[in-house]
Design a protein around this ligand. Structure first.
Ligand SMILES: NC(=O)c1ccc[n+]([C@@H]2O[C@H](COP(=O)([O-])OP(=O)(O)OC[C@H]3O[C@@H](n4cnc5c(N)ncnc54)[C@H](OP(=O)(O)O)[C@@H]3O)[C@@H](O)[C@H]2O)c1
Length: 304
């Protein structure tokens, strides 16, 4: 489908790290209604994906040509402790948005996760079979299965370790490191037994636009090029902030953090963009280049 200013794009869960990039890109190219459970920007309005009637009303009023569902609970430990809300948000939410897309006969974008694999394999392509371990991943995988089995017009993107949103919105690894550094930490403890593929939100948003315009429905791995451990990412980030002479990074294994991070995570959640590559649709940069671009947002903050 061609996306231009006459295309109405309805986005759910747009207040988060990925939402920031998706909103910025899509609002330049289309007419966007961005919604979230907690509207934290003047460009956001309220919609709760757990509530079918709320989702349907917003959709019927706006008359979208495309729905993008970014809404999810993404804190794995919160999910383990709050199973009901996790199923309602990460599994029923995608069912609700898929039902509306079906009713309106329009395409739907759903974001799945590399976290749905079991880590027994080194690297996973788009066709390898998921086997989710944590509650977060089980509910997200249900969302993926419902979307793909129920809707013909689906685009499902599996993301890896998300990097984006900057110091205000990033809830994940980079900002967790940054918060320690910004409060003067001289030593960081970082696991080296978890492998994955970072995923830069700005490139990811471009990828969504590109694939939707191609009209080639399906499930796509969409992560940065290259692979790494959490330790490799931390090392690179500290170097980019020019703190490598003052901050020590100590390698630990996952047991070190087991009371804080008790949800089961795969040892390897490395993905490869086999389908995007084969179809000439891969816009994802190497994770080191993406991290270099992303770190400028944190360098600005350090200087404040
Ligand atoms: N972060 C990652 O590392 C990662 C990796 C792979 C895939 N993903 C997927 O990428 C998508 C975007 O996530 P993100 O990284 O941008 O995470 P995020 O920053 O947590 O954004 C998710 C947004 O959804 C909102 N939300 C939660 N419950 C909702 C509901 N019932 N109705 C409407 N909105 C709701 C959240 O609001 P609150 O902040 O108020 O909860 C938040 O603003 C999600 O589908 C996620 O599963 C993320």
């Amino acid at each position: 489908m061609k996306i231009d200013k006459s295309t109405n794009v309805l986005i759910f869960g747009c207040g988060g790290m990925l939402g920031d990039s998706v909103y910025r890109l899509f609002s330049e190219n289309a007419t966007v209604l961005a919604t979230d459970l907690t509207p934290n920007e003047e460009w956001l309005s309220f919609a709760d994906v757990r509530d079918y009637d709320s989702v349907k009303k917003v959709a019927l009023d706006f008359k979208p040509d495309l729905i993008i569902n970014l809404a999810a609970l993404t804190d794995l430990e919160y999910c383990e402790k709050n199973p009901e809300n996790t199923w309602l948000t990460n599994a029923l939410g995608p069912e609700n948005t898929a039902l509306i897309a079906d009713y309106l006969d329009i395409p739907l974008v759903y974001i799945s996760t590399a976290g749905i694999v079991d880590g027994l394999q080194d690297v996973y392509n788009d066709f390898d079979k998921p086997n989710p371990l944590s509650l977060y991943a089980k509910a997200k995988y249900h969302g993926e299965l419902f979307t793909t089995s129920f809707l013909k017009k689906h685009f499902v993107f599996r993301a890896g370790w998300m990097m984006g949103g900057g110091p205000q919105k990033d809830k994940k690894f980079i900002n967790k490191l940054f918060k320690q550094l910004n409060s003067g930490a001289k030593e960081l403890f970082v696991v080296d037994d978890k492998l994955g593929t970072p995923t830069y939100t700005k490139s990811f948003a471009k990828g969504i636009l590109n694939v939707v315009e191609s009209g080639l429905y399906g499930v796509y791995n969409q992560v940065c090029e290259g692979e790494c451990s959490r330790y490799d990412v931390a090392k690179e980030f500290v170097k980019l902030l020019d703190l490598d002479n003052t901050v020590k990074i100590t390698k630990v294994d996952s047991d070190y953090f087991k009371s804080d991070y008790f949800a089961t995570r795969p040892a390897s959640e490395k993905l490869v963009n086999l389908k995007l590559g084969a179809r000439g649709l891969n816009v994802m940069p190497h994770w080191k280049d993406a991290l270099e671009a992303y770190s400028t947002e944190f360098i600005k903050e350090l200087k404040k």
